[in-house]
Design a protein around this ligand. Sequence first.
Ligand code: F6P
Length: 473
Amino acid sequence: MGAKFVLVANRLPVSVTRTEEGFLFKPSVGGLATALSSISTEKILWVGWPGLPAEDFAGHEKKVFSELESLGCYPVCLSREEIEVFYHGFANRTLWPLCHYFLQYTIFEAAYWEGYREVNRKYAETVAELADEEATVWVHDYQLFLVPGFLRRLLPRARIGFFLHIPFPSYEVFRVLPWRREILEGLLGADLVGFHTYEYTRHFLSSLRRLLGYEHQLGLVTTETRAVKVEVFPISIDYQKFARAAEDSEVQARIEALRREVGERRLILSVDRLDYTKGIPQRLWAYEAFLERYPEWREQVVLVLVGVPSRTEVEHYQELKSEVDELIGRINGRFGTLGWTPVHYLYRSLDFPELAALYWLAEVALVTPLRDGMNLIAKEYVATVPEDRGVLILSEMAGAAAELSEAMLVNPFSQEDLVRALHEALSLPRDEKIERNRRMKERLRRYDVHRWAREFLSALEETRKLQESFVSH
Ligand code: F6P
């Protein structure tokens, strides 16, 4: 096919489901898709998993493939068994907890590792069949750590970029992984490796030095054969889409409906995938303690907690769901009255107008993950909320804290911090809200997801030039 620009991610930006009437193709308009459509002059080919096991479309491959092709996508077909070991197994029972410092949840299982390696090889082989020899290939996230290495062998002249969307943990944590060297070697197949924050970059460089003995100069790592650049690119959002959300009539209708439902009460918002890294129980305990300590806020506030179902096959996610259900029941039972429900819980994903209306109306957003690569909810909230209304309470453990320093920063493990921040946020003078929000909005406006993608891709070009000078010396 000779594609010049290939984007490889675990999932395609289209999910395929099988219904009684046939197959359903649901495109997801994520930030990445928007960013790339605005910058790339080349036609982009997306390679990834369509979201259902290959067994479910056996016999219908032609139809599924041609429909996806018309959407600029090429599927990597994974069997149920491959999904189990690669996705539920190594990606989500090993790498995810490890990179988020949940060592107690991390499972080290040789069969998971082998499945992960083979599926990564499959992704690389699929790309190699479709791409031009000198294509630009942008590989995304921890599910595909080994793809750059496999791909480099198959397409030695390609420009390969890798971006990690989650934290890269400290060397002391990363070193416990039995396959730590293979992961690092896989990443060194790329020309450019990008992270959200300076800290993640530092952790990666320190692991390279201590585990493989590779030094670097200003982020340029030199191995026996190649030079690889390591750099910081904090991902962002489509700022204008959120900043202008309230101009949309559907969003306005949602805001009006929500206003009627909430009445005069002050809205506190919490939105996450239902993931143990997000610190949802800690947030609920803190809200309970806040209502206990400040009885004057009872009946005056309402917490809307949105938990988007995620990775429901993995045990720790199931346990979290029960814990959250129970905690909400306890708080509502303890403080609720016939006219007031302290926590409104939505266990589902929201469409854009619903989400934007919540962002617009919420006086406080509680974004308190225990560990988070970046956290785009924090950025979306700041972009959407009117400058004189919102206060962002943000965890120090989220990558976003490096940029959103005017938020109320909290240690999510400290209940005291959360309780105090809730009280202060609800009491913050209007002028101070404006001052904080203006600065953050301006920063997000300037460095949006378009700029993020542009900077990554031009750094990939620059790296090529650097490598040429490295080879000629
Ligand atoms: O940012 C981490 C990440 O795993 C992304 O790769 C993914 O798009 C998102 O979280 C949702 O996870 P999943 O694809 O496992 O549902």
